[in-house]
Design a protein around this ligand. Sequence first.
Ligand SMILES: Nc1ncnc2c1ncn2[C@@H]1O[C@H](COP(=O)(O)OP(=O)(O)OP(=O)(O)O)[C@@H](O)[C@H]1O
Ligand SMILES: [Mg+2]
Length: 276
Amino acid sequence: MNLIDVKNLLFKYKMYSGEKEEVIEHTAIDNISLSIKKGDFVGILGHNGSGKSTLAKQLAALLKPSGGIIYVGGMDTAKEEQILDIRKTAGLVFQNPDNQLIGNIVEEDVAFGPENMGIPAEEIEMRITKALASTGMTAYREASPGALSGGQKQKIAISGVLAMEPECIIFDEPTAMIDPESRKELLEAIYDLKRLKNITVIYITHFLQEVSQADYLYVMSHGKITLKGTPETLFKIPEKLVENNLELPFEVALIDGLRKKKCGCAGRDLYKATVT
Ligand SMILES: Nc1ncnc2c1ncn2[C@@H]1O[C@H](COP(=O)(O)OP(=O)(O)OP(=O)(O)O)[C@@H](O)[C@H]1O
Ligand SMILES: [Mg+2]
């Protein structure tokens, strides 16, 4: 069953151009169609400015389509009366946790989402405890978010979304601001959301290696979906990934280099034998 269906999505930003003294339009999403199954971990990749964050905001109903249609849990994101229910279904974690943390102490931050949903105080207490336990941040419940590291802040932002108990969480480059060690740990915590809680995860990143365990991948370029498939199938066409301005994971780049060095046919065999 699909949790998300996007059909012929179009989105144009309107900007005022002082130079031309007129409103100009920029097409950020150019006729995208995709579907995401309940419980899947889906990676969305693409170069800077390819439209990933715009798509994330569309899926979380923070922006309305200029054309086409998006269904989240069967609800149309263009319908104002369904916005609240859509936001309960699909939560968004931003690239920079500072944009998401506003409380004086961690538990206030985690409570913010469920409070806005009108959840009773006792239930919120339980949700805070559960959410902080799932991200390994229980010990920081009374801490000031400002005093935490980038990775810890990101885990608090994720706890805040978890406390809303959404079916789906969209992560927009969640590891961009943090060091490599915390990056690995955070990524594991995100994969666990799918593995242990059956949460549908949409994971946006520049890094192919971060989504090597995803169920399905979409690659965006200039507002369009230019490649799609399982990680296994996409890693077999490294030249296409490079064409889309993606940096190959070390192992894939190495095998691709060896393939190019040898004659095409032998290289393909080598590749097939190694990537399974
Ligand atoms: N608020 C805005 N107003 C006008 N244009 C915008 C706005 N936000 C994004 N854009 C433009 O829309 C296009 C897509 O931007 P978007 O932020 O979705 O890309 P992205 O794939 O998330 O990039 P990055 O990898 O740098 O985060 C870009 O050309 C960008 O300049
Ligand atoms: Mg972005």
